[in-house]
Ligand binder design. Structure first.
Ligand code: 13P
Length: 252
């Protein structure tokens, strides 16, 4: 089994203007100065208008740039939408897909997420595919079946042999300060790992399974050292370089 390369990715969501690039530059400078394990990959995923300038600001650094969504089609009359190839052309190397804020707020289902993953792969982007249960699904004992269903439905066969990651983000933990217990995180990540093996074979052992949902400096070490946690997808705490760096440091 090949251990996955850990990935800490910041999801800036709909935050950030040109002035915020200074935070990204500060992260890059600290990594260049020796902060964080050499093997850890770090990415920042800003809103689409900032991707090109982010990629330029981070050029030559260890910090990669990612998008937050893409359209499944390669081009066309889709006002306001962004194609995967456009993200790559702007300098992104990764893209977050199937985030719960897209699933809930834009009606994205597993089939659409899978189609977007296919588009990302055709554009040479590495997808970060998000899954996670809502609070009522956890409380009714359905968290595992919901998340496994999302993994099976949102990850197309074309991912076999390609670099990708899965982010487990319980919807009720996003932006709330709440997190699952460490055993709950480990149970879910082990289940996702098992299903990835069933779907893609041993090569999928290289795909990190990220945890997302209220990761912050104070809880990062415990979460990042839990079994089968291969990194984090960080929202609010990725907006400030100091907090994001503390999370990167917590991975060791
Ligand atoms: P928070 O870290 O702000 O809870 O957001 C998590 C998230 O949705 C990352 O994609």
């Amino acid at each position: 089994m090949t251990a996955p390369t850990p990935l800490i990715a910041g999801n800036w969501k709909m935050h950030g203007l040109a002035a915020s690039l200074d935070e990204a530059r500060a992260v890059a400078a600290a990594l260049a100065g020796g902060v964080g394990a050499k093997a850890t990959r770090v990415a920042i995923c800003p809103a689409a208008p900032l991707i090109s300038r982010m990629a330029q600001a981070l050029a030559g650094s260890r910090v990669e740039t990612g998008g937050q969504d893409c359209r499944a089609e390669a081009s066309g009359a889709f006002t306001g939408d962004v194609a995967a190839e456009m993200l790559a052309d702007a300098g992104a190397t990764l893209v977050i897909l199937g985030h719960s804020e897209r699933r809930a707020g834009h009606g994205e289902d597993d089939a659409l997420v899978a189609a977007k993953v296919g588009a990302a792969l055709r554009a040479g982007l590495e997808p970060i595919i998000c899954v996670g249960e809502a609070l009522d699904q956890r409380e009714s004992g359905h968290a595992l079946s919901v998340v496994i269903g999302q993994v099976r439905g949102s990850l197309p066969a074309g991912l076999a042999g390609r670099p990708f990651s899965v982010a487990y983000e319980p919807v009720w933990a996003i932006g709330t300060g709440l997190t699952p217990t460490t055993p709950e995180i480990e149970e879910m990540h082990r289940a996702i790992r098992r299903v990835l093996g069933e779907m893609f074979g041993p090569a999928a052992d290289r795909a990190p399974i990220l945890y997302g949902g209220s990761v912050k400096p104070s809880n990062a070490a415990e979460i990042l050292h839990a079994a089968e946690v291969g990194g984090a997808l960080v929202g609010g705490a990725s907006l400030k370089a100091d907090d994001f760096l503390e999370i990167i440091r917590a991975l060791g």
